[in-house]
Design a protein around this ligand. Structure first.
Ligand code: ZN
Length: 387
């Protein structure tokens, strides 16, 4: 059993945290993924990989390094995203300082720790002269925190038989995660001076009817039969905008809804639920006017603990942790579903820490070492060793 080098992991993670890669969606002046991708590309090359660089939008860079196998085994992707959220309220976001086994800074936990673990797994195979049968592809991916521009693009050119996503899971193995849909409802009124009740139709009050019905729908989806791993779906009325001034009847009111979905719920079904509410309100009052549309839909992930990659990861985790890992799912969304949607069997395992999107973020270095070891073992098991 080849063991990753803790010093390599700490140095690599420190370097990754010290390179600002804030997603420009959080700060227009942010550098994006270019500089960190360049550093990772150089490291992948040093470790013997053929590097593919993608830039689907200016400054938004993903890299994939392929360690060629002998060609006789299945191929495996090790995934990490390299963008981070903003640094508002953080004291020293790019320090990478280490205290009591914790490495601090923006991205330390979400999820440069996973990227460091992927690189360390590669470095371990390389250092021990382990030649795999299948290709091993390490991906540093742009723009996971907003629109998944990076993975959507990278999947056009990278395809493997399986993937391990190293988003932080506190060393649990996730085989599923929820998806989401963003919807917009607009109610229509008629603008008029606030004194002219005879002429005005109040779009905001009409949205009130929608909101009351939505509360019923929210209760219904949340108390329905839950998904065995992910629990119930949910929705919330996230953003509400209506009216132009105090002395004017609102001509329009717009509501944006987020609906978190479980496997089996399609965007069409989710939209139809809301359209059914609008139809009911129109039946009750023919003057009620509204429309609904889908803004964005992201699929959920439904994998299996029985897939070849899940079995390899669970066996490796059991060995390295000295106990069977928890096998579960995530309520939040990640790129894993996009990878699975491309026909690649996908599981998730990552380090322990806290502070994703918060003012103090750290990762437990011991857990990063463990993930690196699990990845190296799982790759060896899944891809096979060339004779
Ligand atoms: Zn993440």
């Amino acid at each position: 059993m080849a063991t990753p080098d803790p010093a390599y992991i700490q140095q690599t993670l420190t370097r990754l945290v010290q390179i600002n890669s804030v997603n420009p969606a959080f700060d227009p002046a942010a550098p994006g993924e270019g500089p960190v991708a360049q550093w990772i590309a150089a490291e992948l090359e040093r470790l013997g990989c053929r590097v593919t660089r993608r830039e689907p939008s200016r400054g938004r860079v993903s890299v994939a390094g392929t360690l060629a196998g002998s060609g006789e085994g299945p191929s495996l992707m090790l995934y990490g995203h390299i963008d981070t959220v903003g640094v508002e309220g953080m004291e020293d976001p790019w320090s990478g300082k280490v205290e009591e086994g914790r490495l601090y800074g923006r991205g330390a936990y979400d999820m440069k720790c996973g990227v460091a673990a992927c690189l360390a797994a590669l470095e371990t195979l390389r250092r021990t002269g382990t030649r795999l049968r299948g290709d091993l592809v390490v991906c540093g991916v742009a723009d996971e925190e907003t629109e998944s521009l990076g993975m959507t693009d990278l999947l056009q050119v990278v395809h493997t038989d399986a993937a391990v996503v190293t988003e932080p899971t506190e060393l649990a193995v996730y085989v599923a995660h929820k998806g989401f849909c963003w919807l917009e409802v607009e109610t229509f009124g008629r603008a008029a001076h606030g004194s002219r009740f005879q002429d005005g139709v109040d779009a905001n009050l009409r949205m009130g009817r929608v909101l009351a019905e939505l509360e019923g729908l929210e209760r219904k989806v949340r108390t329905g039969p839950p998904h065995p791993v992910l629990g119930p779906p949910s929705l919330h009325a996230a953003v509400l905008r209506g009216g132009t001034g105090l002395s004017t009847y609102a001509a329009s009111c717009v509501l944006q809804i987020e609906r978190r979905t479980v496997p089996g719920e399609s965007p069409a079904v989710v939209l139809a639920e809301v359209e059914a509410i609008l139809r009911k309100l129109r039946d009750e009052d023919p003057s009620f006017e509204a429309k609904a549309r889908l803004l964005l839909a992201r699929p959920s992930l439904e994998g299996s603990a029985d897939s070849a990659i899940a079995r390899a990861v669970i066996a490796a985790a059991t060995q390295r942790l000295g106990r069977a890992p928890e096998v579960s799912g995530a309520a939040y969304w990640m790129d894993a579903a996009l990878i699975a949607e491309a026909g690649i069997e996908t599981v998730v395992i990552g380090p322990t820490g806290t502070g994703a999107h918060a003012a103090v973020e750290w990762v437990d270095l011991e857990s990063v070492n463990a993930v690196a070891a699990i990845l190296a073992d799982a790759a060896t098991e899944y891809c096979g060793v060339a004779g």
